[in-house]
Ligand binder design. Structure first.
Ligand SMILES: Nc1nc2c(ncn2[C@@H]2O[C@H](COP(=O)(O)OP(=O)(O)OP(=O)(O)O)[C@@H](O)[C@H]2O)c(=O)[nH]1
Ligand SMILES: [Mg+2]
Length: 333
């Protein structure tokens, strides 16, 4: 895995643009290699990402988020099939949970999404949720950019809606689909704070299970509480689906496409894209600062400065300022 993702620093830059041309020209192996290199986020990977970025901006990005086991992958498999019927080329970035609790799902995802393996107009990239040098949200965004440049539209991004990192990933989409399922108890308690705010479409999946009606009602009342002016004419619809059978998928696609049309017609598309860009840049800054503060040089300074704060010879604010200056001065390596 590691060697596959590592770029050869000796590779001349002409080869890099050739790799991009081949990847964008439809060669799947080149595309897979390009994604691996961008994902590795080393110097060569970043250079490739720089070359890719100006060629992006066409795809509609759809985030699919929700609790573990909610049926995100099953739903995405249905969405892929439905979008293919509409003649669209579909890209998918699926973040595999790597926690011991849900670790088994990785294989499930692969199997579910494997049926599209032979379709040249579907490209699925699974990645582990741990071990990203630039942070999960940042890696997800770079991979989505590569698929965008390669002409896939829409791009579906599956993430767990549990951690802040995942909410951050949610912010990187034009349309955010938030899944909930009956049987997890009180929706008000289980819906992770922040997720309802970023939802453009709410999905009650596993509608074949008891409790779906109540969940729809709960979500409807939560939605009316969280409405504010920034929603500007869009009230997140609540869609019932049974991803296992495909029930409700047509309705879901209609809602997603309505949201896309709403963004375009209301002028909010530009605003949304600015918000996505802001979230992406902020993610990069945050992860970079955290990485640098955890680095060996900063670490010694950190320990010393924290000791001063504890000893009351320096204030917390002055410590933060000093550490940020230390980190900032190393930003360009
Ligand atoms: N009864 C029922 N089961 C479903 C439905 N959709 C998915 N499932 C089942 O729920 C389980 C989890 O589905 P996944 O699609 O792997 O869920 P996920 O949200 O991707 O899971 P993680 O990626 O592990 O968070 C599987 O056994 C699915 O077959 C549904 O609509 N109804
Ligand atoms: Mg999944």
């Amino acid at each position: 895995m590691q060697t596959d993702g590592r770029s050869d620093p000796r590779q001349p830059s002409g080869d890099r643009s050739e790799l991009i041309d081949r990847a964008i020209g439809g060669q799947r192996r080149a595309l897979a290699r390009l994604i691996s290199r961008v994902e590795a986020n080393d110097a060569a990977g970043r250079e490739l990402a720089e070359l890719v970025y100006p060629r992006t901006g066409r795809a509609h990005r759809i985030g699919v988020t929700g609790p573990p086991g909610a049926g995100k992958s099953t739903l995405i498999a249905r969405l892929i099939a439905a979008y293919r019927e509409l003649g669209r080329r579909v890209g998918v970035v699926a973040v595999d949970p790597s926690s011991p609790m849900t670790g088994g799902a990785t294989l499930g995802d692969r199997i579910r999404l494997m049926e599209f393996h032979a379709d040249p107009d579907v490209f699925v990239r699974s990645m582990a949720s741990r071990g990203h040098r630039g942070g999960l949200a940042a890696t997800t965004a770079s991979v989505a950019h590569v698929l965008d440049a390669a002409g896939f539209d829409p791009i579906l991004v599956e993430t767990l809606g549990v951690g802040q990192d995942e909410v951050d990933v949610g912010r990187l989409a034009h349309t955010v689909v938030v899944l909930q399922v009956p049987g997890l108890g009180d929706a008000v308690q289980t819906l992770k704070a922040g997720l309802l705010e970023i939802a453009d479409v709410l999905v009650v999946n596993k509608a074949d299970q008891p409790g779906a009606d109540r969940l729809v009602r709960d979500l409807a009342s939560m939605r009316s509480l969280s409405q504010d002016e920034s929603d500007a004419g869009w009230r997140p619809p609540i869609v019932r689906t049974t991803a296992a059978t495909g029930d409700g998928i047509g309705d879901l696609i209609r809602r997603i496409e309505e949201h896309r049309a709403h963004l375009a017609a209301s002028g909010q598309l530009t605003e949304r894209e600015r918000a996505m860009a802001a979230a992406e840049v902020a993610n990069l800054i945050r992860t970079e600062v955290e990485a640098r503060l955890a680095g060996p040089t900063a670490d010694a300074t950190w320990t010393a400065v924290v000791a001063e704060v504890a000893g009351r010879t320096r204030s917390p604010a002055s410590a933060a300022e000093l550490l940020l200056a230390t980190v900032g001065s190393t930003l360009n390596e």
